[in-house]
Write a protein that binds this ligand. Structure first.
Ligand SMILES: [Cu+2]
Length: 717
């Protein structure tokens, strides 16, 4: 344009000079000759020869062509000759995108003609179309939207059957080649699509499926998205389960700083049992006629007074044993201080131990098993300044994220006449103790607890008479054990299962933050329950059989403020570890069974059957002792010692070198499962002030205990 203007300027200048030099001449001399018309110039852009790959596109323009005389508009004649191209000729100023679809040489030529019909010289260039393919494949990503806020590019997807997912893509080609799309939706409808995106896909059937998108450019170069398989897990629509019930919290009367409770021991209380197959009524024993076993909450240092009124119309004795409590023998609720029917007893003690999931239950001799089975028990949630600080600092789940689970197995009668009433069946026929086929969590069979995407702290109380559970999540996820029987572990222990025998407790922390819309089951895994006589004893659901316990339905998304503590403060009780060298003495206890297959079966500790009038062991005041427990029988026994909390030193096969405690064995214990042919050593320190009087040690399979697998130890004042 600038060049054209200059040419016009000089052209006018030359003409003017010519006119001036001829001034005053004759008219014939004044007629100027017509200046010669110059050829226009054809310019191709991009200019010059180039080498490209098959399928590449070049955008050709002719609009830089010009005519020095300004004889416009120009007309254009493009010729594309040689190897194949998308067009062979054009009369456009700018013919635009030309696709080179064949290897070889393409000659591009352009001739422009000015408005006076004068043609330019031909301008031409060669494009070498190479068969060597340097073309790059498409790049980008795919994304999905479950319609529930669950979106992403690479995350695996879990949905329930019948759900739709919308898939989309954001794919480009480095050479701007045309892209074709090939989606594959395994197990879904549609099973495939050639759309770029916004495809709604329905998953009707449960299973595990993959999603891929192959994006291919016109050169046949393809990319698969995502680069690693995107998995869609389609879960079955969860069956409707009965709602989870929380254990009722008892409210004390505070009198002169003492928290006073009353427990009325009742029987024939009509209790509603909810199950996945409907509800029924079962007459049971209960404290205070409550629908469920109660919870007492207290803090370390609290003074507690519990008045127990025995209102059992069956004239049975009862007691309330404070299981796991460090209190004087006279307040311990052992069988040596029974509460006769229609009488009362007031237990009085001060909580002087670390925060723990301890509990209480009857311990009258000969009727412990049946009274617990019929429904007498309660959870005791003890807190202290350490747990309060951890909770306040969001280092331990609390509030609605702190849930007590009392797990007990029961056997119910059939109801052939649809009376709506089913009675408890108690049958202690085998060596295994009473094993029911209905697993109750807080009185409900297979309850569903709605949770949010947070960490939850479950305080699991195995209040079963005889059953051992191997608790796990059905997705085998890791969870953390934060507390054993008698208090928090110094460090949370990551596990994917935890065995709890009858009488044992644990607090576990389960993280649901990545489980939105999932249904996760708490299960008990299969395990070997020992010798032939160990398992069932004729039970429908033998010890060691697998079963479901309850379900967590992750229904709500919420941020989780909790970052689990990594270690307790140094002043936590559990950090004062007792070593074998501190022990004043070692006592040995051998649990055995005899009379198998014969008339009477005997359950023995140190070859003795319990005698309430005999003191088996005498412990000096303030002693620190190692108790070494061995099991020569063919089934596991949970050994429970009253009075204090213990630290496990080591365990292993009897007669061989024992392995020092690690993991969850580093926590406070009052009940320790001892496997057949196993020896466990634990150490404990009796408080010179608190611990005096008579206490029990026994197997916590309640049928074994009631049948004599128990002894008395007296701590001297
Ligand atoms: Cu036992």
């Amino acid at each position: 344009m600038k060049l054209l203007s200059l040419l016009k300027f000089y052209s006018i200048l030359i003409t003017s000079v010519f006119l001036i030099s001829c001034g005053g001449s004759s008219s014939s001399e004044a007629t100027a000759p017509v200046p010669p018309n110059t050829k226009p110039i054809a310019i191709i852009s991009p200019a010059g020869n180039q080498t490209i790959n098959v399928g590449d596109i070049i955008n050709f323009k002719g609009d830089s062509s010009s005519d020095a005389d300004g004889n416009t508009p120009l007309t254009y004649q493009w010729i594309f000759s040689g190897a194949a191209t998308s067009i062979q000729s054009s009369t456009s100023e700018n013919p635009g995108d030309i696709t080179f679809s064949e290897t070889g040489t393409v000659t591009i030529s352009l001739v422009v003609t000015d408005s006076l019909g004068l043609a330019s010289n031909q301008t031409s260039l060669n494009v070498e179309v190479s068969s060597v393919n340097n073309n790059q494949a498409p790049v980008g990503s795919i994304s999905h939207d479950n319609g529930d806020g669950s979106t992403g590019t690479t995350t695996d997807i879990t949905i329930t059957e019948g759900t739709n997912i919308v898939f989309d893509s954001a794919i480009t080609d480095p050479e701007n080649d045309v892209i074709s799309y090939a989606w594959n939706f395994e197990g879904a409808t549609p099973a495939a699509s050639s759309s770029a995106g916004n495809i709604s896909v329905n998953y009707a059937n449960k299973g595990s499926y993959t999603v891929t998108l192959v994006a291919t450019d016109v050169n046949g170069n393809s990319s698969t998205f995502p680069s690693s398989p995107l998995n869609v897990t389609v879960t079955a629509t969860a069956p409707i389960l009965p709602a989870f019930k929380s254990l009722p919290l008892l409210t004390p009367n505070i009198v002169n700083g003492v928290a006073k409770y009353t427990l009325d021991v009742e029987e024939n209380v009509n209790v509603t049992i909810d199950t996945p197959n409907g509800s029924w009524t079962t007459p049971m024993m209960r404290y205070n006629s409550l629908p469920l076993q109660p919870v007492i909450a207290a803090k370390r240092g609290d003074k507690i007074e519990v008045t127990v009124n025995n209102r059992l119309t069956s004239n049975e004795e009862t007691t309330v044993h404070w299981h796991g409590f460090k209190i004087p023998g006279i307040e311990d609720g052992g069988p040596d201080f029974p509460i006769a029917a229609n009488t009362s007893r007031t237990y009085s003690f001060t909580m002087n131990q670390a925060a723990a999931p301890i509990w209480f239950h009857p311990h009258a001799h000969g009727t412990t098993a049946t009274q617990v089975y019929k429904g007498l028990a309660g959870a005791f949630i003890l807190t202290d300044s350490i747990t309060e600080t951890l909770e306040n600092n969001n280092q331990l789940p609390t509030g609605i994220h702190d849930v007590a689970l009392l797990v007990q197995d029961r056997q119910f009668s059939d109801d052939p006449n649809n009376t709506g009433i089913r009675n408890l069946i108690y049958s202690n026929t085998g060596a295994s103790g009473m094993l029911g086929d209905t697993i109750l969590v807080n009185g409900v069979e297979m309850p569903a607890l709605e949770v949010n995407t947070s960490q939850y702290r479950f305080r699991i109380f195995n209040g079963s008479n005889a059953r051992t559970y191997d608790f796990a999540l059905d997705n085998n996820d890791t969870f953390y054990v934060v507390s054993t029987d008698g208090g928090l572990l110094n460090k949370p222990v990551a596990v994917n299962h935890i065995i709890l025998a009858a009488g044992e407790r644990a607090e576990i922390v389960v993280d649901f933050s990545n489980a939105y819309r999932q249904n996760i089951k708490l299960i008990s895994k299969a395990f070997s329950a020992g010798g032939g006589m160990g398992g069932g004893g004729g039970a429908t659901l033998a010890n060691g059989d697998p079963f479901d316990v309850m379900r967590f339905d992750v229904t709500t998304q919420t941020p989780d403020p909790v970052t689990l503590y990594t270690s307790l403060p140094a002043n936590a009780d559990i950090n004062s570890r007792l070593t074998a060298a501190m022990s004043d003495t070692t006592r040995t206890f051998v649990m055995s069974m005899s009379g198998m297959g014969g008339g009477g079966m005997q359950f023995l500790i140190n070859n003795k059957v319990f005698d309430i009038n005999r003191i088996d062991e005498t412990v000096p005041s303030g002693a620190t002792e190692i108790w070494e427990i061995s099991n020569t029988s063919q089934i596991a026994h949970p050994f429970h010692a009253h009075a204090i909390q213990w630290q496990i030193l080591d365990r292993g096969t009897s007669g061989s070198t024992l392995t020092p405690a690690s993991g969850i064995d580093l926590g406070w214990k009052d009940t320790v499962l001892v496997q057949p042919n196993e020896t466990v050593r634990f150490i404990g320190k009796f408080d010179p002030v608190i611990n005096s009087g008579k206490y029990m040690y026994h197997c916590h399979i309640l049928e074994h205990e009631d049948n004599g697998m128990m002894g008395t130890f007296e701590v001297l004042p």
